[in-house]
Write a protein that binds this ligand. Structure first.
Ligand code: CUA
Length: 305
């Protein structure tokens, strides 16, 4: 994660502001340092020398050191305010709308115009503006993907906006940047910037109805549908819970638990046995599944692509 290799218009704007502030502070440091060095040399104590002339009250000097910092603040404030307004502006008509919900302790991403819902791995097309609406049902979080821009707070009920255009396909890590409880540090995310055809393929795959399960996966599906799972999780055509992540295409995600763990059958099995043991504070309780049951459900879930 770095802020100095920008991969979106927003991130580049922020780096530009950083650069202005950095060079301004370098200039100030030089002026102060050189003046200090000069004063130390010029007025150092010499044996037998009289004390230097004392200055008390100097109107011109006082006006100067009031105006100079005001000018510095102006130089920093103008571009900062410009960037804030530009990235908060209403998105253009071609922008892809995405609702981002910060939750304890994971991210939900909804694409209202595409009828797609996913979690923790946000796919966006390269070269097209995306207009994020930030909201959440519980506490304040902060959306931050350093190479794409941010941070912007996710305040329940406020619907903050964030618009950017990702430029280069790739995978970019993000992190909740506002302390939000026990697993704040584990509230990561990935943004996958796809070339536009790859994005279309991803959308099509997300909308596909999961096929029939067979073998161990079918066993896992049967356990899933008769367990508490269905109360919290949606799998299209199977269940409609809304407290936890939508699992319709769970197997297409590379990570589990908001980017914390690799999404493999072994890890998902351990997760199903006892989520809070892997992620402190996780709201999903241990379900009391046997090892075999947990493995069957994990096989089913990871088969959903
Ligand atoms: Cu969510 Cu910190």
């Amino acid at each position: 994660m770095t802020t100095v290799v920008p991969r979106s218009d927003f991130a580049r704007d922020i780096l530009h502001v950083y650069a202005i502030i950095t060079w301004a502070t370098v200039g100030i440091a030089l002026v102060v340092g050189i003046t200090l060095a000069w004063a130390l040399m010029r007025f150092r104590d010499r044996p037998g020398a009289p004390p230097p002339v004392q200055t008390r009250g100097h109107t011109a000097l006082e006006i100067a050191w009031t105006i100079a910092p005001a000018l510095v603040l102006l130089v920093i404030a103008l571009p900062t305010i410009q960037v804030i307004f530009r990235t908060q502006a209403a998105p253009g008509p071609g922008a892809l709308e995405i609702t981002v919900l910060g939750r304890q302790w994971w991210w939900e991403f909804r694409y209202p115009t595409l009828d797609v819902v996913t979690a923790n791995e946000l796919h966006v097309p390269a070269g097209r503006p995306v207009a994020l609406r930030l909201d959440g049902p519980d506490v304040i979080h902060s959306f931050w993907v350093p190479q794409l821009g941010g941070k912007r707070d996710v305040v329940p009920g406020r619907r903050n906006r964030l618009t950017f255009t990702a430029e280069i396909p790739g995978e970019y890590r993000g992190q909740c940047a506002e302390f939000c409880g026990t697993s704040h540090a584990n509230m990561g995310m990935r943004v996958i910037v796809d070339a536009s055809d790859a994005f279309e393929r991803w959308v099509a795959a997300q909308k596909a109805v999961p096929g029939e399960s067979a073998g161990l996966a079918a066993e896992g599906k049967a356990i899933f549908t008769r367990s508490a799972c269905v109360g919290c999780h949606t799998i299209r055509g199977v269940s409609t819970g809304a407290l936890g992540p939508d699992l319709t295409t769970f197997g297409s995600r590379r990570t589990l638990a908001a980017g914390m763990l690799p999404n493999t059958v072994d890890v998902v099995t351990a997760w199903l046995k006892n989520p809070p043991a892997l992620k402190p504070g996780a709201k999903m309780p241990p379900l009391g599944l046997t090892d075999d049951q947990a493995r069957a459900v994990a096989t089913y879930l990871t088969s959903l692509k």
